[in-house]
Design a protein around this ligand. Structure first.
Ligand code: NAP
Ligand code: F7E
Length: 342
C-alpha cells in the first residue's frame, strides 16, 4: 500500500518530535518543516532517534512564497499538522506583532496555500487552552466562550477561527485541537515545568544556587505531550471535521508541581514568607532553593485552566493515562538521565 504523507510544521518543537515519532511508527512518510535549516536544532529528534527518517524542508511561517513552494513541490500530501508558532506566552508580550504574524496569520497562510494547491489535504491546527484566558466557565470545553489574555492567546484565537472558517466556507477538512498544557522531558527549558525539573537537578549538582520563579499560584491542567499528539492524528481520521478539547480534567498549581518534584528527588524543604517574599528553604541547611522574582510575572495572567474533554472521551474513545504524579516522575527521570549529556 502507498505510504501516507504528513507534513509537520514546527518539527523541531516538543509536539513536532513526538508526532513525527508516532506517524513514522504508523508508516507515514514525514516531511518536517523548520524555519532556518542552517541553524536548526534537532536535539529532540535525535533524542528520539528519528532525525534520519524525516524529510526536512525550510518553511518560515512569515513567508507566503516559502509555504507555496512546499505545497507546489509535494502535490500528494495527505495531512498537515500546523504546530509551528511563537509559543511562549511571556515572549508574546514583548513581541506581539511577530507573534500575531507567525502564530496567527501563519495558520492563514498555510490554509490559503492548501486551498490553492490541494484543498483535499486534511489540516490540523494547534489551538490552545490559553484562548480561554480569564475563564468564563468553570470547566472549559468546545463551546466555552474565549477570553484571551495575551498576544499569544489572541493570535491563537485568530488561527482557531480562521480554521473554522476554511472548514465552513470551502468545505475543507480543517480542525482545531484545543489542547491544554502538555509537558514532557522534551519541553522547552523556558516553560515552567521544565524550568523546575531542570532547575532542581542543577541545584542538586551544585550548578545552580537558587531557582527564581514568577506566579507559583497559577493553576494548570497538565497532561503528557507524548499521549496528546496521538489525538491530533485521531482527529484527522474522523469522517467529520470537528474541533476537540484535550485535557486531563484535573488542575494543580505550580507550587503543587514543585512539591511533587521534591518528593521524587527526596529534597526536604519548607515554604516561608508570603507574596514576593515567599521562599523555599531546605530543612537540613536552611539554604534558599526557590525564590520569587517579579520579572517572571506576566502583565495579564491566566490564573486557572481546567479542561472538560468529555467530547474527546466519547468520540475519540480516549481517556488520559498520565496524571501529575506520573508526569513529574517521567520528567525527573529523564532530567537525571540526560543531565550533562546534552
Ligand atoms: P514548541 O516546542 O515551542 O515548538 C514550536 C515550533 O514552532 C518550533 O519547532 C519552532 O522552531 C517553530 N517556529 C517558531 N517560530 C517559527 C516561524 N517563524 N516559522 C516556522 N516555525 C517556527 O511548541 P510545542 O509545545 O511543541 O507546541 C506545538 C504547538 O502547539 C504550538 O503551536 C503551540 O503554540 C501549541 N500548543 C502547545 C501546548 C503545550 O502545552 N505544549 C498547548 C496548546 C497548544 P524553532 O525550533 O526554530 O524555534
Ligand atoms: O506557564 C507560571 C506562568 O510558560 C505556566 C505554552 O505551551 O501552555 C503553555 O503556556 C504558568 C503561567 O506555560 C514561571 O505565569 C510561574 O501561569 O509553562 P508556562 P503557559 O503560559 O501556560 C499553553 C497551553 C500554550 O498554548 C503555550 O504555547 O506558570 N509561572 N513562574 C512561570 N512560567 C514560566 N514560563 N516561568 C516561570 O518562571
Amino acid at each position: 500500500m502507498k505510504k501516507k504523507i504528513a507534513l509537520i510544521t514546527g518539527i523541531s518543537g516538543q509536539d513536532g518530535a513526538y508526532l513525527a515519532q508516532f506517524l513514522l511508527k504508523k508508516k507515514y512518510k514525514v516531511i518536517g518543516t523548520d524555519r532556518r535549516s542552517a541553524r536548526s536544532n534537532f536535539w529532540r529528534l535525535r533524542r528520539l532517534g528519528i532525525e534520519n527518517q524525516i524529510i526536512f524542508e525550510e518553511m518560515e511561517l512569515g513567508e507566503n512564497c516559502e509555504i507555496d513552494r512546499i505545497f507546489k513541490k509535494y502535490k500528494n500530501i495527505n495531512e498537515v499538522y500546523n504546530l509551528a508558532a511563537q509559543s511562549f506566552v511571556a515572549t508574546s508580550f514583548n513581541s506581539p506583532v511577530n507573534t500575531s504574524n507567525i502564530t496567527g496569520i501563519g495558520a492563514l497562510r498555510i490554509l490559503e496555500s492548501i486551498r490553492n494547491f490541494n484543498p483535499k489535504i486534511k489540516f490540523y491546527q494547534a489551538s490552545s487552552s490559553e484562548m480561554y484566558g480569564e475563564i468564563l466557565e468553570k470547566y472549559q470545553n468546545e463551546t466555552t466562550p474565549l477570553n484571551p489574555r495575551s498576544p499569544y492567546a489572541i493570535s491563537k484565537v485568530f488561527a482557531h477561527f480562521v480554521t473554522k472558517n476554511y472548514r465552513e466556507a470551502y468545505n475543507m477538512f480543517a480542525v482545531s485541537g484545543i489542547l491544554f498544557n502538555h509537558e514532557s522531558p522534551l519541553r522547552g527549558e523556558e516553560f515552567v515545568t521544565r524550568k523546575i525539573t531542570l532547575g532542581l537537578v542543577k541545584l542538586l549538582n551544585n550548578d545552580l544556587d537558587c531557582l527564581e520563579l514568577g506566579n507559583i499560584n497559577a493553576k494548570r491542567d497538565w497532561g503528557y505531550a507524548k499521549e496528546y499528539v496521538e489525538l491530533m492524528w485521531s482527529m484527522l481520521q474522523k469522517k467529520k471535521a470537528e474541533d476537540f478539547v484535550i485535557a486531563t480534567g484535573r488542575h494543580h498549581s505550580i507550587k503543587d508541581f514543585i512539591e511533587e518534584c521534591l518528593k521524587i528527588l527526596n529534597i526536604k524543604a519548607k515554604w516561608i514568607g508570603n507574596g514576593l517574599n515567599k521562599r523555599l528553604i531546605r530543612t537540613d541547611d536552611n539554604k534558599t532553593i526557590i525564590k520569587i522574582n517579579s520579572k517572571y510575572f506576566r502583565p495579564s495572567e491566566v490564573n486557572l485552566l481546567h479542561g472538560d474533554a468529555s467530547k474527546a472521551k466519547k468520540k475519540l474513545n480516549w481517556k488520559p493515562k498520565i496524571n501529575l504524579k506520573k508526569l513529574v516522575k517521567i520528567m525527573i527521570d529523564d532530567e537525571i538521565k540526560y543531565y550533562k549529556n546534552n
